[in-house]
Ligand binder design. Structure first.
Ligand code: AHG
Ligand code: MN
Ligand code: MN
Length: 330
């Protein structure tokens, strides 16, 4: 019989039931609960007109709002319930949310989240997701410092994403490989379904929004044109796949071997994607899965964030393709 294990037990086993694993296990179990709630709401999207306001009043006595905000409220409130989470940085909130309830006085972890990634796709029933990364504060105690929540991705403790697709899958790493868990709705558990995920050796896919081609620099134009010929590492033309949800494009490329590009352009000199809760989670997982990610000049995990919603040009996927691109851009 295939080994049946859920996410929390897997984490405990990975970190031999250490203090760190129980703290991480508690945070991850809050993320899992939030994921199940958001997954349920997404699956009802067509029924409750998720894009607009519904006439439903939720527990915070507010009218249920569009899914970005609902996902943000759900993840933030459930993370607040963990005594180990000191603060949350969210795409949906301008500043860091520091938790100051009594239970948080020894909290040591910071979680950055993109509560709903690819939200423009929700109304056309295309896969969306949630991305997260967990850091441990650097300062020992007292008021949280900027240096606690603006850390380079190489300091991350754990990162992952949920893709709400044909099934709901949570893919994560705590520094010991990348592992995928699929939600079994009949028992409400995430069960191990993809242990030790690695990028395939051969790249077969490239993902980029080609409508921006007129705004790219010549190097990017040249590289993308190469993907359509046999002049790339795989020796044959790559397939173009791009659905506009980073989490779904990333997940497919991780499993099938691909490179994702969101370059800077003459309108967005720093690109569109945000370093802390879009770049770093995928950069952390990619390193663990044998791939590489870059902002075009350096490893994303080496970039020191200057502010919460900092944008970067983002290239992520199979190591040889991303390294080749970085060389051509430098
Ligand atoms: P979000 O929904 O969190 O704002 O993220 C959307 C991002 C990312 O998911 C996707 O890869 C990218 O926006 C698509 O951007 P374009 O529509 O410009 O291609
Ligand atoms: Mn996003
Ligand atoms: Mn988002």
């Amino acid at each position: 019989m295939k080994k049946i294990t859920n996410l929390t037990n897997f984490l405990f086993e990975q970190h031999t039931h250490s203090k760190k694993s129980t703290e991480l296990g508690n945070i991850i179990s809050q993320i899992v609960l939030a994921t199940k709630i958001v997954s349920r709401e997404i699956n009802r999207a067509g029924l409750v007109d998720i894009l607009g306001k519904t006439d439903k009043i939720n527990i915070q006595k507010e009218e249920v709002q569009k899914l970005d905000e609902l996902a943000n409220t759900t993840f933030t409130e459930l993370l607040r319930q963990s005594p180990h989470v000191a603060a949350v940085g969210s795409e949906e909130v301008d500043n860091i949310v520091v938790f100051t309830d009594k239970i948080h006085h020894t909290a040591e972890y910071i979680v950055h989240i993109d509560p709903l990634d690819g939200s423009s796709n929700i109304d056309v029933n295309v896969s969306v997701g949630t991305n997260f990364v967990i850091f441990k504060r650097k300062s020992k105690s007292g008021k949280l410092q900027k240096s606690d929540y603006l850390q380079a991705g190489k300091n991350a403790i754990c990162a992952g994403y949920i893709v709400y697709g044909s099934s709901t899958m949570l893919v994560f790493s705590s520094g010991k490989g990348v592992h995928g868990f699929t939600l079994d709705p009949s028992i409400g558990e995430f069960l191990l379904s993809h242990e030790n995920i690695h990028y395939p050796a051969i790249t077969t896919i490239y993902s980029v929004n080609e409508s921006y081609e007129p705004k790219w620099n010549d190097a990017i134009k040249h590289i993308v044109s190469e993907y359509k010929t046999s002049k790339n590492h795989s020796g044959k033309p790559l397939s173009a796949r791009y659905i506009g949800s980073l989490v779904a494009d990333f997940h497919r490329n991780l499993l099938k071997g691909g490179i994702f590009l969101y370059p800077a352009d003459n309108k967005n000199p720093n690109g569109k994607l945000r370093l802390l809760y879009e770049g770093i989670p995928f950069a952390f997982l990619t390193q663990q899965a044998g791939g590489y990610s870059s902002n075009g000049r350096l490893d994303v995990l080496e970039i020191q964030p200057r502010e919460l919603h900092q944008r970067i040009p983002f290239f992520v996927g199979t190591k040889n393709e991303v390294k080749h691109l970085e060389k051509l851009l430098c």
